[in-house]
Design a protein around this ligand. Sequence first.
Ligand code: CA
Length: 236
Amino acid sequence: METKKKILIVEDEKTIAEILLYNIKAAGFDAEARHDGKSGLDEALTGKYDLVLLDLMLPVMDGFEVCEKLREKLDTPIIMLTARDTEQDKIKGLDTGADDYMTKPFSINELMSRVRANIRRYSNETVMRKITDTTIVVGDVVIDCENYLVKKGDKTLELSKKEYDLLAHLSKNLGKIYSREELMSDVWGYENFYGDLRTIDVTIARLRQKIDGDGAGESLIKTKRGMGYFIAPPEK
Ligand code: CA
């Protein structure tokens, strides 16, 4: 069974907080409420929540400040709730890092649909982040995809953006042979390419030189004659 998504409500008007708690739980979520900005922020910073509903006018610390401070640490989706309906508030709310904005009074159905949409979008982003976060290790070459760093042993390689992209692409798909046309489209992003495919060969040559040095050993990036380039899976 899928675990319930958790929502934090930060709202000082207890009646509204209770209506929200009731409806959110009825919609199948877990929910907690806090009634001032400071305790709302502390609770949100525990990182337990999938979304925060944040009232703007709050005692101790207002919604803008909560939003700003939360954003310094976490990217939990935030929907701001406010009784004020001014363009400036909305802009300021989004500027401080809120993902969405609702003006009171709002329909609970609309709120719930925005809650779902924001949680869904966030989960998709998280999945993507996990994929790009991975560190790829091929032989003695380590590719840190989060920081765009490539190391061979303890030496950091100075790669251009395209050299990095090319290496990362081949490494993420170990063993798959890519034609120059495919690399042009996948790495350079040219769908209809009329230019010079030798760009690929030149980039590969530079990359090999940086990775392999002048070493006489076998190159990490292999050529399959007449077909293209690939990086083989490491020996077991
Ligand atoms: Ca309030």
